[in-house]
Design a protein around this ligand. Structure first.
Ligand code: NAP
Length: 327
């Protein structure tokens, strides 16, 4: 098969579409997927630079999510059949013509949803649902603050929270991104270059839940922003890994700090990817099937131009996901 391989670690120019060994035939409980499109994630950019090695046993090929068509199923798989249109959460290997995935990480592509666009869903859906809903239990009437509202995660979280009946505040670095967030359902729009989100959220009594991409850089201010019984869900460390918390402020408001990573979760069992995917299928997929929550795709880039696709996430104009078209 062909896959995107790395000519060493480095900038986007190390990505090359080339011959690569076929993945093994699917084992028990696994399926092989002929990939149509793959999502580009910030983790891929880090892995390309040599900062985020794949977990033991995962493919060395980049790619944490894909859409495509089931090509073959392994022993014991009853849920999926060759020809099914699916998208899947992966531990790696999505930037390739074929990938093998555990059956529990596969989701059907609802009728009417574009198969390419479906590649934009698994990572953001699993990350947002597992944090905002399964961990923090966001409810109607609560206020969710999303940092980086224009990101892949952010654009999805706005729609999910709005569908649940929550109010949404976002931070972003430009008016353009804030406008797009508003179209998706956000009502409190904060340009972090011009305004202090702690002060703005203070006017609304604080945030019940915060979905954070900045880690250390925002830790203290996030704690200051929490409402009573508020919950901070840290999913990104774009602002560093070590921060200080004023525990007095946290315990005074009975606050909670969650921090979770999707890729390192086990495939099955407690807190696994399969557990999250099952919840998505039950609760989120109907909202995707009826168009309440839609994939937000900034660009579909042919895989031969993978280097260009890796430059897009840091552009000020990029809102939502960047996809690689594999075939
Ligand atoms: N823990 C997990 O399991 C998990 C899974 C998936 C993703 N993630 C993480 O979640 C984050 C979002 O992922 P993604 O793929 O959606 O990223 P992305 O689309 O590449 O977006 C990153 C965003 O960060 C924003 N940003 C930069 N500086 C900021 C600041 N000071 N304050 C607020 N926002 C700022 C950028 O927007 P502006 O132009 O507005 O600055 C951009 O929209 C990343 O950190 C990623 O690593 C974690």
């Amino acid at each position: 098969m062909h896959a995107v391989i790395l000519d060493g670690f480095g900038g986007p120019e190390v990505l090359r579409w080339a011959e690569a060994p076929d993945p093994p035939a699917p084992g028990p409980g696994e399926v092989a997927i002929d990939v149509v499109a793959a999502g580009v994630n910030r983790a891929d950019l880090l892995q390309r630079q040599g900062f985020y090695p794949p977990p033991p046993g995962a493919s060395e090929i980049l790619g944490l999510e894909c859409s495509g068509v089931i090509a073959a199923v392994g022993p014991g798989v009853t849920e999926w059949q060759p020809g099914d249109r699916v998208c899947a959460l992966l531990s790696g290997g999505g930037y390739a013509e074929r990938v093998v995935a555990p059956e529990g990480q596969v989701l059907p592509v609802p009728e009417g949803l574009d198969l390419v666009a479906a590649a934009a869903l698994p990572e953001v859906a699993a990350t947002v649902w597992s944090n905002v809903v399964m961990r923090a239990g966001l409810r109607a009437g609560q206020l969710l603050l999303i940092h980086g509202g224009g990101s892949g995660i952010g654009t999805h979280a706005i729609q999910v929270a709005t569908a649940l009946g929550a109010r949404v505040a976002v931070t972003a670095g430009s008016q353009y991104k804030l406008d797009r967030c508003k179209e998706l359902g956000a009502s409190i729009l904060i340009n972090y270059r011009e305004e202090d989100f702690v002060a703005v959220l203070g006017e609304f009594g604080g945030a019940d839940v915060i979905l954070d991409n900045m880690g250390a850089a925002y830790l203290e201010r996030n704690v200051d922003t929490l409402a009573e019984d508020g919950q901070l869900c840290i999913v990104g460390m774009q602002g560093g890994v070590r921060g200080e918390v004023n525990l007095s402020a946290l315990l005074g408001k009975r606050g909670t700090v969650h921090a979770t990573n999707l890729r390192r979760r086990p495939a099955t069992g407690r807190s696994s990817k399969a557990e999250i995917i099952a919840e998505l299928r039950r609760h989120l997929w109907p909202l995707i099937a009826d168009g309440t929550v839609v994939p937000v795709v900034h660009a579909e880039v042919p895989v031969a131009e993978a280097a260009r696709a890796h430059e897009l996430p840091d552009s000020a104009e990029t809102v939502g996901k960047v996809l690689l078209r594999i075939r």
